[in-house]
Design a protein around this ligand. Structure first.
Ligand code: GDP
Ligand code: IMO
Ligand code: MG
Length: 428
């Protein structure tokens, strides 16, 4: 069962990094297929805590081949800073390969991201400001810069000129900023070229050959289903395909080679940035969840918005991604509640919706219809089998499993690498 996709079910930060790391020992390859350094994955190994943004989390496991796929947008400054930080901590990063077709985030993308957000005012998306949207816009608009362009200075210069042509008008005339010089960008990009060269490869071919040999390839999604540009809460989304289909287009591996689709879902819900969020809490229960769950962004440090578990969202994500297994994370955070609210459907202006409404305005107005499940008080961080859990926690998991329509194969009971209960193996 070699091709395993990891996707976020909700609005990100479900614990995808930890899930990839969990598979680490049995993984030969790990591929990041979408997004860029807007992602933030925290992985705790022993006493060490690692925060990764651009590199796939699987890089933390010895002997794993890490790949940055063609669907990723790469900020080279961030790439080398992250690699250096890992070297300094003794992590072997020599197996990293970068797709020649991945697009590059430049200074003008970062600038445009920030000025556009400011321009939007109240309507802003709340992006991470890393240049993600503008870099993907250029890709789709066919004026993007690809990794392979760094190795032909003439082509690079022409492409940067082409890209800056309209943008400088926009920056100067609309946003009242200074124009960006072609040389400035070209020189900056070229300064990375020789360090990058040995990492650049036809990664789609490497992955195909690895799958032919029966090796285990994990496709690590950034962001999540509800942030996907097609299937999320548009326009309050990221600019890439964060769902399972993106694993194929973003890596160059055919969809028939994706054997297992693993959805990572938190035992409650969080969201960073703007947009609808039906189960959001604004009261002291929300404060309690945020501080107990350490819900502050890995990338921007922003407090995450928090709310209860939303079963229609998991059903939606299961359908859109073809999820075969769920990993339920952060169950330990709910310890101490007398009863745990769970959203089972929505009320939209008096009408009941059992599924996520297709109309964005309806979703904006959706009020959660809650059911209450019994809570538990015992510490569960030491549980390693399902039976170690208090019966109320077992029942909570079984209830979510029933509502979601997919089996919960792994349960997270703490941030540590080994703080998991495995009910069904994700690899075999
Ligand atoms: P990602 O973006 O999906 O990789 O998730 P983040 O790393 O942004 O956020 C998840 C956070 O939850 C990280 O700090 C993890 O260390 C932590 N975490 C993951 N699983 C568990 C769990 O089961 N229990 C607890 N308490 N923390 C967890
Ligand atoms: P991980 O991989 C949570 C959100 C931003 C914003 C929207 C668009 O850690 O789960 P962007 O900078 O991508 O154009 O911002 O998407 N966002 C995330 N929220 N986790 C993430 O990644 C996110 N990546 C982007 O907050 O609302
Ligand atoms: Mg994150």
């Amino acid at each position: 069962m070699p091709g395993i996709v990891i996707v976020g079910v909700q609005w990100g930060d479900e614990g995808k990094g930890k899930a990839t790391d969990l598979l680490g020992e049995r993984t030969d390859w790990v591929v990041k297929f979408n997004g860029g350094n807007n992602a933030g994955h925290t992985v705790v190994i022993g006493d060490e805590k690692y925060a990764l943004h651009l590199l796939p989390s699987g890089i933390l496991s010895d002997g794993v081949n890490a790949v940055i796929g063609n669907g990723v947008v790469v900020d080279l400054e961030v790439l080398f800073a992250e690699l250096e930080a890992l070297h300094a901590r003794g992590v072997d990063t020599s197996r990293l390969k970068v797709s020649a077709n991945a697009h590059i985030i430049t200074q003008y993308h970062r600038t445009l991201d920030k000025v556009t957000e400011r321009f939007l005012g109240k309507r802003q998306i709340g992006t991470t400001g890393r240049g993600i949207g503008p870099a993907y816009a250029d890709k789709i608009n066919r004026v993007g810069i690809r990794v392979q362009d760094l190795f032909d200075e003439n082509i690079l210069r022409q492409k940067v000129e082409g890209a800056l042509d309209q943008k400088n008008h926009l920056l100067v005339k609309v946003f009242n900023r200074r124009a960006i010089a072609v040389d400035e960008i070209v020189d900056d990009l070229l300064s990375y070229a020789e360090r990058l060269r040995p990492m650049v490869a036809d990664t789609a071919l490497l992955l195909d050959e690895a799958l032919d040999r029966g090796e285990v390839v994990v496709f690590e999604g950034g962001q999540a289903t509800m942030l996907d540009v097609d299937h999320g809460t548009y326009p309050f989304v990221t600019s890439s395909s964060a769902t399972a289909g993106g694993a194929s287009t973003g890596s160059g591996v055919g969809p028939n080679r994706l054997d297992r689709i693993v959805g990572i879902v938190k035992a409650y819900t969080t969201r960073v940035g703007s947009g609808p969020f039906p189960t959001e809490l604004f009261d002291e229960q929300g404060e309690w969840l945020r501080s107990r769950g350490f819900e502050f962004g890995t990338t921007t440090g922003r407090p995450r918005r928090v709310g209860w578990y939303d079963a229609p969202i998991t059903r939606y994500a299961t359908r859109i991604n073809g999820i075969t297994d769920l990993v339920l994370t952060k169950l330990d955070i709910l310890t101490g509640l007398d009863r745990i609210p769970v959203c089972v459907a929505y009320d939209v202006d008096g009408e009941r919706f059992d599924e996520v409404p297709v109309n964005q305005s309806d979703f904006h107005h959706a009020k959660p219809i809650l059911e209450y499940l019994p809570g538990w008080k015992q510490d569960i961080t030491g549980a390693r089998t399902f039976e170690d859990l208090p019966v109320e926690a077992q029942d909570y998991v079984l209830a979510l499993e029933k509502m979601s329509g997919t089996r919960i194969s792994v349960i997270g009971v703490g941030a540590a690498r080994d703080a998991v209960i495995v009910r069904h193996d994700l690899v075999d």
